[in-house]
Design a protein around this ligand. Sequence first.
Ligand SMILES: O=P(O)(O)OC[C@H]1O[C@H](OP(=O)(O)OP(=O)(O)O)[C@H](O)[C@@H]1O
Ligand code: HPA
Length: 222
Amino acid sequence: MAGVSGTCLAGQRSAAGACARRTGRLAPSRALTLITRSLGRPVPSPEQPPHSQPHLNPKSPPVHPEIGQVLFSEEVIAARVAELGRLIGQDYRGRELVVVGVLKGAFMFTSDLVRHVYPFPASLEVDFLKASSYGTGTQSSGAIQLDSGFRLGSVAGKHVLLVEDIIDTGATLARLAELMEGAGAASVKVCALLDKKARRRVPVVAEWTGFECPDEFIVGVR
Ligand SMILES: O=P(O)(O)OC[C@H]1O[C@H](OP(=O)(O)OP(=O)(O)O)[C@H](O)[C@@H]1O
Ligand code: HPA
């Protein structure tokens, strides 16, 4: 999920920030923006005060003019992430847990989430695995590029929690779950901040999700 802040930065995402859907014109590259699909909605004027828009924290920076609507505010996300951490802590109590954050999108959500995992598991390792299929577009290429540097041996016999920012078609997570199972993980579960169920092509079910989101291209704002 690409993100925006005061300026738009490629690949920046945030679990703590707000999640928004994007509207607007085709962008020349990801370096300056987000995606590419006009949703046909009125673009909020840059002068419109942020607190006049639904769910948006009045203290948030102004919303990017290409963002159509803020779906989840910073506060709502932070509260849900804390709740997820407690649910996960209870589930893995006394067990050896390896949290695997899926890069790049889930790096911030993963770090926010693991801070809230309580009660503590018997052991908790955090690792990251890079998986990418969208490139600079809004459609999956269908070919998931995996970072071959991940040490699969490290998950053998451990309980693996895959952490994603968003489940869309489900293809990325299906592939990663298969990989972890093949590596001898004792169990493989999924926690995703956002679940776009309407777009599912591969039957992936997350044990924990932050929010269901509509069939729009979603970005993080911070
Ligand atoms: O359910 P799916 O259709 O597979 O889509 C979900 C995946 O797509 C995004 O990653 P992306 O390929 O954009 O890579 P990135 O996180 O490195 O940008 C997102 O972070 C998920 O990993
Ligand atoms: O809606 C989305 N936003 C950002 N990244 C994504 N990857 C799959 N779907 C999405």
